[in-house]
Design a protein around this ligand. Structure first.
Ligand SMILES: NC(=O)c1ccc[n+]([C@@H]2O[C@H](COP(=O)([O-])OP(=O)(O)OC[C@H]3O[C@@H](n4cnc5c(N)ncnc54)[C@H](OP(=O)(O)O)[C@@H]3O)[C@@H](O)[C@H]2O)c1
Length: 231
């Protein structure tokens, strides 16, 4: 039985990851503003807003085999409406939160054999998409952060990142708010559907676990083919 920490495991991709890790018999610590809906003896919840300056309320753990940092943003707007504050906000939740999470976990993870970190980017980093400058900039930073830390932490801790395309969660709710938008989004993907939380959670489960023990510094594109093929 291993111990995994999921930042943002109360809903979306993170909640699906919590479920698959529990199903595999692991201990899971969810850290988010609200508690997870899962009721399981191996799950504990800690309340934290990652945007808060002080992170005092986190648990003392003796081992952390894996950490996934799921909080993120999708702030789409044309450049003329982008403010510096938008960039700062996106960096806050996507990059600075991940930085603080890893700094908190590092002393324990470096002593835990085969530890692994998973971060989240977006398909919009490798594919230029209109109106994505804010999120693509912040997630581009996350990808650079991933590779730097993978080098710094090798061979003790692996660090990888998943770059999803549009996935059916609350975060993407506005983009998927009616059938017409859902169908058009599905149609844009070579595999002709949008992502489900489990599609991404299973990739995270792989990167956190020992099956990926020779994989580090990677950006895994889980995106229905969006970033790599034309049909
Ligand atoms: N969904 C997509 O289409 C898509 C596409 C590309 C990339 N991604 C990336 O994939 C990752 C997961 O996305 P998702 O769609 O699952 O997001 P989501 O539905 O918004 O879920 C985010 C999770 O993070 C937590 N969270 C959000 N803000 C927080 C804060 N300030 N402090 C603490 N916890 C916070 C939320 O819990 P609480 O509200 O309880 O705090 C929730 O558990 C994100 O990094 C996102 O950018 C998603």
């Amino acid at each position: 039985m291993k111990t995994y920490v999921v930042f943002g495991g109360s809903r979306g991709i993170g909640s699906s990851l919590v479920s698959v890790l529990l199903r595999d018999g692991h201990n899971v610590v969810n850290i988010s503003r609200k508690e997870s809906d899962e009721n399981h003896a191996n799950l504990s919840n800690f309340s934290l807003d990652v945007l808060d300056k002080d992170w005092n309320s986190l648990p003392d753990l003796t081992e952390i085999h894996g950490l996934a940092y799921c909080p993120g943003s999708i702030d789409l707007k044309p450049l003329r409406r982008v403010k510096v504050e938008d960039m700062e906000e996106a960096m806050g939740i996507n990059l600075y939160g991940a930085l603080k999470a890893i700094q908190w976990a590092y002393p324990v993870m470096r002593k835990t054999p085969n530890a692994s970190v998973v971060l989240f980017s977006t398909v919009a980093v490798s594919q230029g998409m209109p109106f994505h400058s804010v999120v693509a900039s912040a997630k581009g930073a996350v990808e650079g952060f991933t590779k730097s830390l993978a080098a710094e932490f090798a061979p003790k801790i692996r660090v990888n990142c998943i770059a999803p395309s549009l996935t059916d969660t609350e975060l993407a709710g506005d983009l998927l708010r009616d059938d017409k938008r859902r169908e058009a989004s599905a149609e844009r993907h070579p595999l002709k559907r949008i992502g489900q939380r489990e599609d991404i959670a299973h990739a995270a489960q792989y990167l956190l676990g020992e099956e990926s023990s020779w994989v580090t510094g990677q950006v895994l594109h889980v995106d229905g083919g969006m970033s790599s093929i034309r049909v």
